[in-house]
Design a protein around this ligand. Structure first.
Ligand code: TMP
Ligand code: MG
Length: 292
């Protein structure tokens, strides 16, 4: 991989080097003006492991918070044990996993409503949590903002918490759009429900964003970088029907041996167990420079 030195590392897997080289050339040629980025949040923009300790997803922040009742934590951990194994099972198809994910999110969100979550506690919960943005995320956000590249963060996590994590650990910019599960609060700030349609790991092609004018307004941005850590994340760009080049970058954090072939067959570039955003940043640096 001659265009970008960082892609030569042992933990980077590319199924088709010729195709990726061609795509990188197109992306560099188009520069920031022709680019849009679509990224998953949990375990893609955020870390899977930090200093040997598993990091929190948005949902885990709540599961582990002492500010919520014991019955909530017990049940949430039980659900996670059962359903995370299904989510990441390389021997099950997306179709087989789908109903289980609906079940997990429905149970989890119902349980949160029963647990007296309040808006004003979210900031403290995030501050005390093990949720961490990947190294280099702040640089990536800053550069995309400077060059006015739209960043769609498309997450089956919790939008209110994603905003809080980004506010605390980087910066929320105007070029970012977050599509996720947002909480609905009453006048006292107590969680009473959820806004919009439920987003889980495997229905990222059915969200309201695909029916909105988001992608049609970005029609001239025919180059897309997609960042994800789950096979379901590949569907995030289905609304970008005018895209000419979609560079799919996948983070493989877990069950590496069993999943590598599958990830290699679906993503253009697979990054194995790397807790930084160094590879996307190296690619973006070249796009910024607009030199082939
Ligand atoms: P993402 O789309 O931002 O990656 O968010 C989805 C992740 O959230 C997925 O990996 C599973 C995780 N999750 C939990 O950890 N606990 C829960 O209760 C639920 C519903 C999801
Ligand atoms: Mg994820």
């Amino acid at each position: 991989m001659d265009l970008i030195d960082e892609l030569r590392q042992n933990n980077i897997h590319i199924r088709d080097e010729i195709k990726v080289t061609e795509m990188l050339k197109e992306l560099m040629e188009g520069g920031p003006d022709r680019l849009q980025v679509i990224a998953d949040f949990d375990m893609t923009l955020s870390k899977f492991i930090h200093k040997g300790v598993r990091c929190d997803t948005c949902h885990n922040i709540l599961d582990e918070s002492p500010l919520l009742p014991e019955f909530f934590r017990e049940k949430a951990v039980k659900y996670r044990k059962k359903y995370f194994a299904i989510e990441t099972d390389p021997n099950m198809t997306v179709e087989e996993k789908y109903p289980y994910m609906v079940e997990w999110w429905t149970l989890g969100h119902e349980l949160l409503i029963q647990s007296n979550v309040t808006k004003h506690k979210l900031e403290e919960m995030v501050r005390d949590s093990k949720a961490k943005l990947r190294e280099g995320c702040d640089w990536f956000f800053e550069q995309l903002h400077k060059q006015e590249v739209p960043l769609l963060i498309f997450s089956a996590g919790l939008g209110d918490l994603i905003e809080e994590i980004i506010r605390q650990q980087a910066h929320l910019y105007s070029n970012m759009k977050i599509v996720s599960n947002y909480m609905e609060f009453d006048e006292e700030g107590v969680l009473i429900g959820w806004k919009g349609d439920l987003i889980h790991t495997f229905n990222k092609n059915e969200s309201a964003i695909h029916k909105s004018d988001y992608f049609s307004r970005l029609r001239h941005r025919e180059n897309v970088i997609l960042l994800g850590d789950s096979i379901g994340d590949l569907r995030m760009a289905e609304g970008a029907t005018d895209a000419k080049h979609i560079l799919k970058i996948g983070f493989l954090n877990h069950k590496v041996e069993e999943s590598l072939q599958l990830y290699k067959s679906k993503f253009d570039i697979v990054i194995v167990q790397d807790e930084s955003l160094d590879i996307p940043n190296a690619i973006y640096r070249k796009i910024q420079n607009k030199r082939v």
